[in-house]
Design a protein around this ligand. Sequence first.
Ligand SMILES: *[C@@H]1O[C@H](CO)[C@@H](O)[C@H](O)[C@H]1NC(C)=O
Ligand SMILES: *[C@@H]1O[C@H](CO)[C@@H](O)[C@H](O)[C@H]1NC(C)=O
Ligand SMILES: *[C@@H]1O[C@H](CO)[C@@H](O)[C@H](O)[C@H]1NC(C)=O
Length: 358
Amino acid sequence: MGNQSMWSSLIILLSVFLCFFPSRSATEENFDYPYLWDQVPERVEDLPVKNNKIIMDPWDYRDRLSMYKLILNSSAKYFIKFGANNTGNAFWALTLFYGKLYQTERFNDPSDYLLYNSTEKNNFISIKSGWSGINYYVIIPFFLAALEKKFFGVLPYQIELLPQEDRRSDFCYSFVECYIRYPAMLTSDLKIFEYLQSREVTSNDKGNPIYNTDIETIIHYMWSGHQAGIDVGKPLFSDKSQFYSTGEKDFTRDFLNTVEFLEAANYPADFKNGSEFLMVFPHRPVTTSDYWILPGSDLNNYERVLLIGVKIISTLNSVSGGTLLAIWKKLMISPTAREAAQNLIKTIFLSPKFISLV
Ligand SMILES: *[C@@H]1O[C@H](CO)[C@@H](O)[C@H](O)[C@H]1NC(C)=O
Ligand SMILES: *[C@@H]1O[C@H](CO)[C@@H](O)[C@H](O)[C@H]1NC(C)=O
Ligand SMILES: *[C@@H]1O[C@H](CO)[C@@H](O)[C@H](O)[C@H]1NC(C)=O
């Protein structure tokens, strides 16, 4: 306990010190919605019906985007007090990240190098890409959990996911199939919807009911569900052939390991905070030389700091046999430590002054 409060004080001190480095200024902000955002349905009523069924293809970029959009739209009423126009919604971080993965060509077939230089966009998510597989387990179980909980209301037609024959055993395409194989993941993904549905209207704002939601709790359930998906996806999609390069594969592993530290700190996942963080994510898949020797000159300082930062954090944690993350998680029980940790993360990865020192 004494040890813990010492570490806690250290994080707080460090974050106070780092506060002298201001965060990125508003003028540098350039927040983009994912590609084709305005063109995909956000209501079940707008999904195409065929033979009394709604079929969604998780390997079509637009259908997967629509899943994020349906969740954002149906959960909007619980986030009214956290920002206008649903900007406070905790599902934004994952949605924006999905757009970023697409935009940075990480859903392309890694064996088809030519694709990486093509400006032509297709709407497919390659089943051969490791990022496609990992992302599958981030959003599909949330979507299936929402359907299971009737989160989109009582549907006039059943929604089914279209399975691909290729790599069939690496994926599950229905709630039951996923639940049988990964009960812990599905149980975790259900929690956020169960929590939201258990909320009550406590007041009104211009005719809109306001629910008694606690944003910290929601963010916690969102990150837990996310991590449950990563835990399933990461070991399935870690082969070198599923990535653009060995460097990109190593970066992906280290990035996902670092995300666990952000999750434990309950890092905010709203539109603005999510966009801000994603601006530092490499705008293209990295090469082995970028990651292990010298970052290419087209990678900016933020991207370089992210590459170095995730490498250091992930390596220290792995050298310590996971003790670093375990200690961090213990510290993060305290709200003050969580807040300090969020500031610390922002300063390291998002502060221009700090980055100019590196
Ligand atoms: C949800 O979708 C409906 C129908 O497209 C739209 O009118 C509404 O503005 C959306 N709500 C939010 C918060 O985006
Ligand atoms: C509200 O949010 C939607 C995205 O969900 C966006 O397309 C729209 O431009 C936003 N409207 C305003 C007024 O910011
Ligand atoms: C971003 O996160 C901070 C907490 O770290 C929170 O105070 C703020 O409201 C969040 N949202 C925006 C839009 O900045």
